[in-house]
Design a protein around this ligand. Sequence first.
Ligand code: NAD
Length: 435
Amino acid sequence: MLSIQNYINGKYVAPVGGQYFENYNPARGSVYSTVPDSDEHDVELAVKAAEAAFPAWSKTPVEKRSEIMLKIAQLIAENIDELADAESEDSGKPLWLCRQLDIPRAKENFHFFATAILHYATQTHATDDVAINYTLRQPIGVVGCISPWNLPLYLFTWKIAPAIAAGNCVVAKPSELTPYTAHKLGQICSDAGLPAGVLNIVHGYGYKAGAAITAHPKAKAISFTGGTKTGADIARVAAPMFKKLSLELGGKNPNIIFADCDFERMLDTTVRSSFLNQGEICLCGSRIFVERSLYDKFKTAFVERVKNLVVGDPLNKDSFMGALVSRQHMEKVLGYIDLAKEEGGTVLCGGERVYPGGHNADGWFVAPTVIEGLPYDCRTNQEEIFGPVVTLIPFDTEEEALTMANGVGYGLEHHRYGLITCTRRTVLPINWRRA
Ligand code: NAD
């Protein structure tokens, strides 16, 4: 069985306490690896390694930092098959999606920041004729990066790449549910010549390893993507320590469809934005508001298309959706479908677990589910489900649509904007941000 290890000071090491937990392949519902159950002692080692690497790395010329990061990008691209296999095995998502989206984007993350640092220019502002104010962006030391399971290597590298490009050293923790590609990234960084200690990867649970990173006084900044409640917990710890904080949290995104839209284009987009990655993307449009005059036509066409989506073996190129990331998450999603029925909703398609058979007989698959007949302010329409479940809600006026779309607890106040996709021919406000 694969044994995932921490990556500290350029080496793979066992957790100090010697404890591991099991990691599942969601599409098979079976254990395929063990993951270090790290704690504050492992985080301490990682922080020490990062601190020791900081003076030299922060003084390394940007050209050299860029060269190493470009090499990391190149190695990710060269190892796309291996990384995509690992991502799919770990997360349950279709292999084709890992090859098309997750791994290429991880490569791009390194490429983007490797080149951005070569071209960075500072800003100056004159105050009348008496002063010139200027802005410098300087590395601050050790940065903690904590990422979720839905886009594992993609979001992990989206945090790490800018931090090390700027000359910081990183202690990073991937989700305990999807550690495999992060594990492989360690070797890639060593092979690319990243100096020991610049990136340290500590695996384990959020409440233990994650909390130890957040609370460590030497971690000057925390970059976090994940659930809103976890973000609040992190903010509570980090704010009194005056750490710099980046929080990208949950959402309950509205998709607003007007009667004068380009129907076929809108339909394609809406199917994808609802169910790509099993609906496990923070940008998925989980509440679909449809202008009443188009409602029946949309409902018929949308449900027809959704019923034809293939849910099954992630290794099969015809599977549009794979498995949900864990049994617990699948049960949460099925629980919300039950709640929707209790609240008076009608399930138009899906609504149940899927059993693809064969080696996926015990996998955690849920059919893409469309529900109607619920008020916008019920729990189903207020709480993030983060799975293949959408609701349809008719509206009469633009004002009413915007009121309902914005009538959730998510938005800028949670460091997360309500992304609204307005599909309309006459007006094209694509990304409407809540003020
Ligand atoms: P989560 O909050 O449960 O976990 C995210 C990470 O935080 C994991 O690595 C976890 O181990 C760690 N963690 C948990 N408790 C912690 C603590 N007390 N201290 C420090 N770290 C802790 O989220 P998840 O279930 O992995 O991911 C799904 C959530 O992520 C959804 O809400 C989704 O909307 C959100 N998300 C947001 C964005 C965005 O850009 N806004 C992108 C992707 C996912």
